[in-house]
Write a new protein. Structure first.
Length: 176
């Protein structure tokens, strides 16, 4: 047997130490590789595909999703435009004005109602009540002005509607 203090013994001890370090390093690398493969399986799934093909698949799926989102956004824009157009035609301004058309102290039974859309167009309905009769008049309003000449009460109903509506308009004027 050789002595460990000899050159051959020292080389054997050094070779043994290098092999132990290599064995520990190999075990550490194997453990890290196992973790990387586990993480890769988590990302790629159980399928046998490489990272490049997975990235290409993700890119194509992202482009398909982007196309779908663009299509949905275009349809939503179209629906929103239609809804806004419909809302512009809905009643946006309104007022009710009560008054005594004949000055008979009969309790302000006559009314003028203004119903206007977002373009300040619509109608004014006037109901004139007398003791023995009632009459209903309808006049069209375009851009805040009557198509036919409006009575002072009808003009006031349109003005009140455009100014802010029924809270200020109900029972504000009396005509004689």
């Amino acid at each position: 047997m050789h002595d460990l203090t000899s050159t051959v013994g020292i080389i054997a001890i050094a070779a043994g130490a290098v092999s132990v370090v290599a064995l520990v390093l190999g075990a550490t690398l194997a453990l890290r590789l196992r973790r990387v493969r586990s993480d890769q399986r988590m990302v790629l799934g159980d399928r046998q595909r490489d990272l490049v093909s997975h990235a290409a698949l993700l890119q194509s799926q992202f482009e398909a999703l982007n196309d779908y989102v663009q299509d949905v956004a275009a349809r939503l824009d179209q629906r929103m435009a239609t809804a806004e157009q419909r809302l512009n035609g809905a009643v946006a301004y309104r007022s009710l004005l009560r008054y005594d058309a004949y000055g008979e102290m009969s309790g302000r039974q006559s009314t003028s109602i203004a119903l206007l859309d977002a373009t300040q167009s619509g109608i004014v309905l006037s109901s004139i009540h007398h003791r023995d009769q009632a009459r209903l008049y309808a006049k069209q309003v375009l851009g805040g002005r009557g198509e036919l000449e409006l009575s002072p009460e009808e003009s006031e109903a349109v003005r009140l509607a455009l100014q802010g509506g029924p809270a200020k308009a109900a029972g504000q004027a009396e005509a004689g």
